[in-house]
Write a new protein. Structure first.
Length: 747
């Protein structure tokens, strides 16, 4: 736990679902949590008499958490999840899927060794039940040095302000189980207002103040809810992603003069989080909606909760900044219309929950014939088809002589996986050898190479041409999936001659991929647009499971420059000292940069690479624009002043030769670095125009010229850059790692 007398209150606005329950060392068990078949991680989570759960005892080898608990405060959490909002009334909210959010969040908290986890679900989560639960499980039990987490999963709603303290005349509220209807007037009477949440936080702060009068410990509030959804289109009935919450509908209410603004989450006033030491993480901007997604395990849950729990389990540098950046990057790739927010105090570079995560080595927990059970699941980034090497219990992970066997993952659950021993090893090792054996992933199966599911909504006449394109490339799926499972939809817009109408390409989250004029050549232009969307998703989510001993970070540094009439920066001294004024470039944690256009000046940025390991790395940097086009940045062709792309430990800006001028199209761009331990330049594989014109044999020659350790990675990059389904989604991960940063292009 944190030993400094500081306030660190984290308000994580996200809607979560599905919580696991722990086994109790001591204390009488009253009930056990629901579990999916075969998920042993939830099998032994009985409930104490006081209503809380304790995390299962897994031992140091299975829990990536901090040092010994001697002298530390206690860690406790209250998780609230409401899925059933349909009560048979005409104006009910639509149901949500919060169970898996709660399960994932509880499992993530257990990685940080939480002592007490209380859960309110469904009918327990009334307005008064949430208030009483907060006071019973958090406020009454907390003292200086503790860590407290409040987590809410459910709908949010805007209602008219009742005390004149809101700058827009609206209160943001959480919708409890015992709400009356979607009508804002009913919500004003039954919902949990932001003012009441502020009161509860104030009471908790008072309990955790140290001798200096300041809060000593950590307070975390997690809310994955939004206040800007549509009351009629958020239920996902047309295949769109389900939304969690609705906005105010009707004339704006009267506003009292002289009120300040709201913070990025909309839940607290501007500056309130910083004043009280809170860190506020919210699922989306105030004017956006929080979405639900379907996970690789076919479970529905909040998109923000999913990526947050993955980041908590997988980010090696687990400070708030690093975890939030990981969540923002993943959402940019999967739900680009949802921008998470972070606001609050100055402690975001400190450990989440005040717990320093240390490297750990997972071990085999059970042997079942030719199968072994791994204490790692989808929460940790495990994918079916990945390969793990098994080492002796007391062996060295870098000594080939200590390797016992290899096993391929055949089944993945939330916190566990099953792997099948490779046939060559089955007769050479015993169960006794395997039990407790150390694990190291050596080949990762990237699921993002799956085809993009395209729904033809009134555009079936385009099907034959797109089907031919899909068959050739292997990256588009036009048929053979349930209609509600579409990822991208094609539909004609009104007006014009049938067959020549403009065609809209939209994502299931509601954002627009692009528009294509109808008529001749429409299918070809649509195929190019869809290939770009598939490529954007693949390259943006391409990530090596990062390691504590080999990390590369990417930072975007906006620069003020002196440019000529053509927008060119002619000399290094034309880059002015300092970064671009941050007030102009950041909004709610989004880095906003203006694009250059005819007659309008735009922005420039430099790229900084930080090698956090001990050894030099060889780094290739490229940008993925909003249309999915990859463009190599570093090392650049013809620029040989440094003669190598080697990056030594420490932070280094690329400098004048690599200064970037921001261009269109609008939307999110990702700057990604791939760092290898062997000398290699991957930029030739990331020029789709050049590669598309080359013969297949020439393309293969590019890949064959790579060092063997990165050959499969090179093939995956090559196939992605030209928009072709890859047969090399299983990639060796021993010799490379990734880093990325996101910015948004605006006109």
């Amino acid at each position: 736990m944190c030993t400094r007398q500081v306030t660190r209150v984290l308000v994580w606005a996200l809607l979560c679902s599905g919580c696991p329950q722990p086994s109790v060392p001591g204390g009488k068990a009253l009930a056990t949590w629901e579990r999916e078949e075969g998920d042993r991680g939830l099998l032994s989570w009985p409930r104490r008499e006081d209503g809380t759960y304790a995390c299962p005892a897994r031992g140091d080898e299975g829990v990536p958490s901090g040092p010994g608990r001697a002298g530390e405060g206690r860690r406790r959490a209250l998780l609230v999840g409401i899925s059933r909002y349909q009560h048979g009334r005409p104006n009910d909210f639509w149901n949500l899927h919060t169970e898996y959010d709660l399960r994932a969040m509880a499992e993530a908290l257990c990685l940080y060794r939480f002592d007490e986890i209380a859960v309110l679900r469904g009918e327990e989560a009334t307005r008064q039940g949430i208030i009483d639960g907060f006071r019973k499980y958090l406020t009454a039990r907390s003292q200086p040095g503790d860590s407290a987490v409040f987590h809410y999963s459910g709908h949010g709603q805007q209602v008219e302000d009742d005390d004149g303290d809101e700058p827009d005349g609206l209160d943001e509220t959480l919708v409890p189980f015992d709400y009356r209807s979607k009508d804002a007037r009913d919500g004003a009477a039954t919902n949990l207002r932001d003012d009441q949440i502020g009161v509860l936080l104030g009471e908790l702060r008072d309990r955790m103040r140290g001798p200096s009068g300041r809060v000593h410990g950590n307070i975390t509030v997690v809310l994955d809810s939004c206040f800007s959804g549509s009351a009629t289109r958020g239920d996902g009935g047309d295949g769109r992603l389900v939304e969690r919450g609705i906005r105010w509908e009707g004339p704006p209410p009267p506003v009292a003069p002289g009120r300040g603004g709201k913070g990025a989450s909309g839940l607290l006033a501007s500056g309130e989080a910083a004043a009280h030491g809170y860190v506020v993480l919210s699922a989306s901007q105030v004017n956006q909606t929080a979405k639900e997604i379907v996970t690789p395990e076919r479970q529905r849950m909040g998109a923000f909760t999913y990526h947050l729990t993955q980041a908590l389990a997988q980010t090696p540098r687990n400070n708030y900044d690093a975890v939030f950046e990981r969540v923002a990057q993943d959402l940019a790739a999967t739900v680009p219309e949802q921008n998470p927010q972070m606001e609050g105090g100055a402690d975001t570079d400190k450990e989440v929950f005040g717990v320093a995560v240390r490297p750990y080595v997972p071990r085999i927990v059970e042997v079942q014939g030719n199968d072994v059970v791994l204490p790692l699941g989808s929460l940790h980034g495990v994918t079916q088809g990945s390969l793990y090497a098994l080492y002796r219990r007391d062996g060295d992970l870098h000594r080939i002589q200590d390797r016992l066997a290899e096993a391929t993952v055949t089944g993945v659950r939330l916190t566990e996986s099953t792997a099948r021993l490779e046939e060559a090893y089955r007769r050479r090792v015993t169960d006794a050898d395997l039990k407790g054996a150390q694990l190291k992933e050596t080949r990762h199966q990237f699921e993002e190479t799956a085809p993009l599911r395209v729904l033809l909504d009134g555009t079936q006449d385009l099907g034959p041409a797109l089907l031919r394109e899909a068959g050739e490339s292997g990256v588009l799926e036009i048929a053979g999936f349930p209609a509600e499972r579409w990822e991208v939809r094609l539909r004609r817009l009104g007006g014009g001659t049938p067959g020549a109408q403009e065609i809209l390409v939209e994502r299931n989250g509601g954002s627009e991929v692009g528009r294509v004029p109808g008529g001749d050549g429409a299918a070809e232009r649509l195929a190019a647009l869809l290939h770009g969307e598939w490529r954007r998703r693949l390259l943006a989510t391409l990530r090596d499971p990062q390691r504590h001993d080999r990390l590369i970070e990417v930072h975007i540094l906006p620069r003020a420059v002196k440019a000529n009439a053509q927008g060119q920066v002619e000399r290094p001294e034309d880059i002015l000292p300092g970064d671009l004024v941050q007030q102009r470039t950041t909004t709610g944690n989004r880095l906003l940069l203006r694009a250059w256009q005819p007659g309008q000046a735009g922005d420039y940025f430099d790229v900084q690479l930080c090698n956090r390991g001990r050894d030099p790395l060889y780094v290739t940097v490229f940008e993925i624009d909003p249309a999915g086009k990859p463009e190599p940045i570093y090392p650049g062709p013809g620029i040989r002043g440094d003669r190598t792309n080697q990056v030594r430990p420490g932070c280094h800006a690329l400098g004048y030769h690599y200064l970037r001028r921001v261009g269109l199209p609008e939307g999110r761009s990702v700057v990604k670095a791939i760092a290898t331990t062997v000398p290699v330049d991957l930029t030739p594989l990331l020029r789709p125009g050049q590669a598309r014109g080359a013969a297949r044999a020439d393309e293969e020659a590019l890949v064959r010229g790579l060092p063997a350790a990165v050959g499969p990675l090179g093939r995956l990059l090559r196939d992605a850059s030209i928009g072709r389904g890859s047969d090399s989604a299983a990639v060796d991960i021993e010799e490379w790692t990734t880093g990325e940063a996101v910015y948004e292009v605006q006109r």
